[in-house]
Design a protein around this ligand. Sequence first.
Ligand code: CMP
Length: 143
Amino acid sequence: MNTQERTFSIVKPDAVAAGNAGKVIQLLTDGGLRPVAMRMMHLTTAQAEGFYAVHRERPFFKDLVKFMTSGPVIVQVLEGENAVARNRELMGATDSKKAAPGTIRALYGTDIERNAAHGSDAAATAKDEIGFFFSGAELATLG
Ligand code: CMP
């Protein structure tokens, strides 16, 4: 069965500012996820609020938006076998302090907010998140 799928990923401002973006992308690629679209951008408050709208009522929302707009990020679409689950496995637990050794969040994040990377939590979310940042014409076709 062909289980190739796509997911959405953000290398967050903490990882970019620390000069770890390349290492994060390498870990994802080595883990079987190939970027098919990628852009560096500095999110506006409106973009961060829109992207994380599902968390709008959470106590950490305001701080999260502040963090996500604190510096440039790299948004990307990743393709590979079971890409959504694989990306989450490579990132590790949301809280960098609890993430398994060797995972992206353990290596390059600090805590539950400054956690180096975002990844879609399900295939349906991935579709929405990819559409939030990329048009179809921006997605490469890999051989
Ligand atoms: P992410 O996978 O991008 O999805 C939502 C983000 O909110 C999460 O990573 C963290 O950066 C942040 N987050 C989640 N839970 C908390 C929390 N309890 N306190 C602060 N930030 C959080």
